[in-house]
Design a protein around this ligand. Sequence first.
Ligand SMILES: Cc1cc2nc3c(=O)[nH]c(=O)nc-3n(C[C@H](O)[C@H](O)[C@H](O)COP(=O)(O)OP(=O)(O)OC[C@H]3O[C@@H](n4cnc5c(N)ncnc54)[C@H](O)[C@@H]3O)c2cc1C
Length: 403
Amino acid sequence: MRGRPCAFYKAQKMTLKNTEFTVLGAGVAGLAVATALAQRGAKVVVLEQADAIREVGAGLQISPNGAAVLRALGLEGALVALAMRTQAIELRDGYSGDPVLRLEVAKLRPAQAFHLVHRADLIEVLRKGAEAAGVELQLLQRIEAVDLSGSTPRLVTATGAERAAGFVIGADGLHSKVRGALNGAVAPFFTHQIAWRALIPATPGDAAVAEVHMGAGRHLVSYPLRGGTLRNIVAVEERRQWVEEGWNLRDDPLEMRLAFDGFSPRVQGWLEAASDVWLWGLFRHPVAKQWFSQRAAILGDAAHPTLPFLAQGANMALEDAWVLADCLDRLGVAKGLPAYQALRQFRCAKIVQAANSNARAYHLREPLRAVAHLGLRLGGAVAPGLALRKFDWIYGHDVTVGG
Ligand SMILES: Cc1cc2nc3c(=O)[nH]c(=O)nc-3n(C[C@H](O)[C@H](O)[C@H](O)COP(=O)(O)OP(=O)(O)OC[C@H]3O[C@@H](n4cnc5c(N)ncnc54)[C@H](O)[C@@H]3O)c2cc1C
């Protein structure tokens, strides 16, 4: 099924005019879908559990497929003003620091921008976009239960209050209540990998390069943010011991430093500078089987949580948001919802699977590691564009013209 160019909407009357939607969650998926629906004339309320939209999270990479949605929502300029444009993605040997492969994304794909942005800045761009489109955002609205059994969805808040919703959209992340109501409980499993994230001060002028430092059973990703004044670090280690899945667990920076003992002086220097460190356990969740009912739909992490190894969580959330609003607008609820799931489920499952495989490739142990690094070095020297072409199906896809 093909979508239509976004210019199409300008020429059409808005079929969603005054249709009411309640979106759970003011993350990337929730704010993007709320904006896309409101721009088509819908009346949208977003319920967010937090007491404020504040500076949480660290860095995100917005690839061309995600940026295409922000462009279609009229928000690309605001993103560009706050983000850094990625020049290259570099794989390095974690111990020596030597380059293994450099993907010159800016040179090889000049028409497609890759961006490095603080999650809080992207959320602010989306929040302002939602506000301009007329979306109503209600904070301190934690939804404890979602009942989809009746003719209209019923939501129960943390205070026990009941709310009816015309149509409910679950953008409520990893532990989504709407996903649970549609699919029942499905237990995720611990991947035996944990990740630390930290922000450190950086030297303004640091090149906008996303570096991946690979070691046996561990890797570390780092790139500058906010004009090079901050540096984002995500450090992943394989571990037997279970760690909680969530965004709010602090850890001792020493733990992270010890895990990367033996890495290059460049990496050690970054880790020395980290004082505020957050830890999260990496779990695998199956992609949801059922993405909608008559009066509900899910998107983003609520539908397909992913490991972070391809940096596609936020990008998939943006793609979903566009496609869901587009399908509802063009096809109506009865046909639009199955079309939405059909357009998104296979692509998201394929991206989630590709992210799973990347972890294995980054964490190789000797002797495989030496062979694989040699292959990458030779490949990069002989055909520098080939490694990037492998990902064209992700980055080159524009849901705003192609569904
Ligand atoms: C606090 C936080 C920090 C993050 N930091 C990073 C990071 O540094 N790097 C990275 O790659 N990814 C990070 N992520 C995840 C990343 O934003 C998502 O993987 C991706 O953007 C997909 O977004 P989403 O909107 O589907 O889910 P999320 O970004 O998780 O958003 C879900 C939203 O729903 C709200 N919510 C959840 N349950 C309820 C409920 N019951 N009632 C009401 N509201 C609810 C949450 O508070 C949140 O605002 C973070 C997510 C969060 C919530």
